[in-house]
Design a protein around this ligand. Structure first.
Ligand code: PMP
Length: 333
């Protein structure tokens, strides 16, 4: 099975749908699908990287656990276990011969065509579960990892968690993210940072945020309406191993301007330095030393060149039968 080429983007030719592998072109939904009208989806973004032992998926178990947590919050009962979904994800990457890729598992409320229900009430609609994969380059641009990006503080507030829970990675949350992103792009910035409903720093439209001050890392706490990012957690664990002090605490908007270094974390954005906020230069206006140190280690870990902190099983090697059998069975975090 070879990869499909769509406008030079490599795409895994098979998509996993409710327990079976179907062709990319067959993975279509009806326009009256509940999720399209009412935002009823939860999803994940996962990356698989090239390593010397073949392609490896980064923190697969933790991502699929977060997917199932998101589904649980929205009462979307899926019949698939974490292990089954992990194995399907591995198979999509392995079977598609993907060297590196981005994986998109999604669970959503579909349409029962025999007994359609078009109202807000989600319960009559079937739960659909899919996984697709494609080769996605650097999210904020190839150069961004080195030179950093220019960002703004958004005029849009991050949705409070008592409206849309930030712990769940739900499609609906990304309407808020889209407002943040569009405003940033139209203002000539790469990304926007949202404040929470108390005016404290929350996160980017699709990234968590870290401040470096006097050699210390500071990041908003989980209470600041942020997604509990898996890259955020990875950076915290790497920093701990390096003996860097970390504070999970509230950050004022002005502290962004005064930071020594600032960076985003996310599966798509990886670790991306921020060189200015609202056109105010951050630190030296380029990638800082601690950001670089964390990036170097992170990139070594994701490419299997050095072990994860505490030798944690962060990589699932898709061609390794042992790993395949145990995919999804590690404890996760
Ligand atoms: N916040 C938001 C809103 C996101 O969409 C993402 C990307 N999933 C993140 C943070 C970073 O999370 P992770 O490191 O798990 O990709």
């Amino acid at each position: 099975m070879s990869t499909k080429d769509v406008n030079t983007m490599k795409i895994a030719p098979k998509i996993w749908r409710n327990g079976e592998f179907i062709n990319w072109d067959e993975a279509r939904v009806h326009v009256m699908t509940h999720a399209i009208h009412y935002g009823s989806s939860v999803f994940e973004g996962i990356r698989a990287y090239h390593t010397e032992r073949g392609t490896a998926v980064f923190r697969l178990t933790e991502h699929i656990q977060r997917l199932l947590n998101s589904a649980k919050v929205y009462r979307m009962d899926t019949t698939y276990t974490r292990e089954e979904i992990c194995l399907a994800a591995v198979e999509i990457v392995r079977g598609g011969g993907m060297d590196e890729c981005y994986l998109r598992p999604i669970i959503f409320r579909g349409l029962n065509e025999e007994k359609p229900a078009f109202g807000v009430n989600p319960f009559p609609n079937p739960i659909e579960c899919y996984i697709a994969a494609w080769d996605w380059g650097k999210y904020l641009g190839e150069e961004a990892l080195e030179t950093g990006v220019d960002v703004c503080v958004s005029s849009w507030t991050r949705t409070p968690s008592n409206s849309l829970p930030a712990v769940a990675k739900a499609g609906a949350n990304y309407m808020n993210s889209q407002l943040i992103k569009m405003e940033a792009i139209l203002g000539g910035f790469s990304e926007g940072i949202a404040l929470d409903d108390r005016g404290m720093v929350s996160e980017g439209s699709g990234e968590n945020l870290f401040v470096v001050n006097n050699g210390k890392l500071i990041t908003p706490p989980l209470g600041a309406s942020i997604l509990p990012g898996i890259t955020r957690d990875s950076v915290i664990q790497i920093a701990k191993e390096l003996g860097i002090e970390i504070q999970e605490t509230t950050i004022q908007r002005a502290a962004l301007y005064l930071a020594d270094e600032l960076f985003f974390t996310g599966t798509a954005a990886e670790i991306t330095p921020i060189r200015s906020v609202d056109r105010i230069t951050v630190g030296a206006g380029k990638r800082g030393e601690i950001t670089k140190q964390l990036q170097d280690i992170y990139f070594d870990v994701i490419h299997g060149k050095r072990p994860a902190p505490n030798d944690a099983p962060w990589l699932t090697y898709v061609n390794d039968t042992e790993e395949k059998k145990t995919a999804g069975s590690s404890s996760g975090s």
